[in-house]
Design a protein around this ligand. Sequence first.
Ligand SMILES: N[C@@H](CCC(=O)N[C@@H](CS)C(=O)NCC(=O)O)C(=O)O
Length: 211
Amino acid sequence: MTQPLRPIRLYRHALSGHSHRVELFLSLLKLPFELVDVDLLKGEQKSPGFLAKNLFGQVPVIEDGEVTLADSNAILVYLATRYDPSGRWLPREPVAAARVQQWLSVAAGPLASGPATARLVTVFGMKLDAERAKEIASQLYTVLDSHLATRSFVAGDAPTLADVALYSYTAHAPEGGVSLEPYGNVRAWLARIQALPGFIPMPRTPTQYAA
Ligand SMILES: N[C@@H](CCC(=O)N[C@@H](CS)C(=O)NCC(=O)O)C(=O)O
């Protein structure tokens, strides 16, 4: 089966990069989907109804028929395994699969504690350590920029889940005061993702700190 019987429902927040990576991948796969906005500022994600879908009380969550799944990277893996029989987005060959996983871990690690956290401070006014987050971002983008000097996409010469997982918070890093100006290879990679058929952007949020 390469298409769901009914549209996949995505619970999300429009400015959440974790949500956007799922929405982007649904669109790249050309899968039918519908969006349900969860008002994070009002705390809808901690309501009993939403906690029944995700005990962590966070977006994104998808419902695909009988399947309810939380966690952006887990959702990407599910969608690729279920709906991309070509294996292009998540290769089956062991080393290639592990290379994609390696970058999914980066997305859950330094991407989240670096640029995504810096943006939480400026966009959502959260009281977090912005300076530490910017340091982590700068270390991450130094490594990523050098990695992308010799390849078009993060896990090789074709796009995979690794690119989808890293895209949203990187494209929006300047909103958190993390400039991408020093990282030409990263900026060229962002442009390659934006040129993929089915690409959809996340709305920009003007902040006084935007780098
Ligand atoms: N590991 C989770 C992280 C998701 C996450 O941090 N979601 C944020 C929005 S970007 C959220 O729902 N925050 C609200 C809260 O924690 O109450 C994933 O990859 O989906």
